[in-house]
Design a protein. Structure first.
Length: 268
């Protein structure tokens, strides 16, 4: 005689009350940050209702790009591309030794590693527009402060991301190099660099894409590129010209991204 038994799957516990409490707390905190009476920001949503017609007018102007203005934008756009490329190339050359010095597995000297990481964190902490504003005051208006700003901005991103990726990866090949009696420099050159070139290449392509977008903003403070003419046309309320410039930036960024993705697939 056999008895059939059924195994009942326990009911999955629900946490609706806890989830509701978290959502309510988040909503309350968000509302509180919008109340000036208790130190929050003054978020005037009524202004959107009062000025909606003005916003619609500006959007309609932006939807009508002035293609006759295109010839005047060619030279500034080329300058933007040159700035982006030079900044990314300079950062690519400098980022390799800095990254190896910032990663724990490629630099066993804790003091030297801390100095490099601190310097990189300081570089990353300063916004790019602050760099551009200061450099424009130091070296004058033009492409040079823009290139220097992009160089510093790129260094912070590349060294931070690649060094963290190196630290989180498997390092059996480096242990084998140490067991064979290799110095840290030899191990980095023979084992670490061949393993990390794809990481470097991905970040170099990434910052090149970012540089085109950032260059357009840096021009607003006199750091050269398409941003200068963008600020000029905006100051004259020529939104049809502004629309064309925005469209150009969009097209250039998409083209660079397509080529970057193609290169990434070849490097993978």
């Amino acid at each position: 005689m056999s008895t059939a038994s059924t195994l009942a799957v326990p009911v999955r516990p629900t946490h609706r009350a806890r989830t509701a409490a978290i959502v309510a707390a988040f909503a309350a905190f968000t509302v509180a940050t919008c109340l000036p009476a208790i130190g929050g920001i003054e978020l005037d949503l009524a202004a959107l209702v009062r000025n909606w017609q003005n916003g619609v007018d500006k959007l309609l102007q932006l939807l009508q790009p002035n293609f006759a203005f295109f010839p005047r934008t060619v030279a500034p756009m080329l300058e933007t591309l040159q700035m982006a490329l030079v900044g990314a190339a300079g950062a690519a050359a400098v980022s390799v030794p800095l990254t190896l010095w910032a990663a724990k597995v490629t630099n066993q000297n804790a003091i030297g590693r801390s100095i490099v990481r601190t310097a990189v964190n300081v570089v990353r902490a300063v916004p790019d527009l602050v760099y551009a504003t200061v450099l424009v005051a130091m070296v004058g208006v033009g492409a040079l402060p823009g290139v220097l700003t992009l160089f510093l901005f790129n260094i912070g991103i590349i060294v931070k991301l690649v060094s963290e990726a190196i630290d989180s990866a498997d390092h059996g090949y480096m242990e084998a190099g140490r067991a064979a009696g290799g110095t840290q420099l030899q191990i980095n050159r023979v084992t670490a660099l061949p393993q990390t070139w794809p990481l470097f290449a991905n970040q170099w392509l990434y910052v090149l894409e970012l540089n085109v977008r950032i260059s357009a903003i840096l021009g607003l403070v006199g750091a050269g590129g398409i941003g200068r003419i963008l600020d000029e046309r905006r100051a004259f309320y020529a939104y049809d010209d502004v629309s064309l410039i925005i469209l150009e930036i969009l097209v250039v960024v998409i083209v660079i991204e397509v080529f970057s993705n193609m290169l990434r697939r070849r490097l993978a």
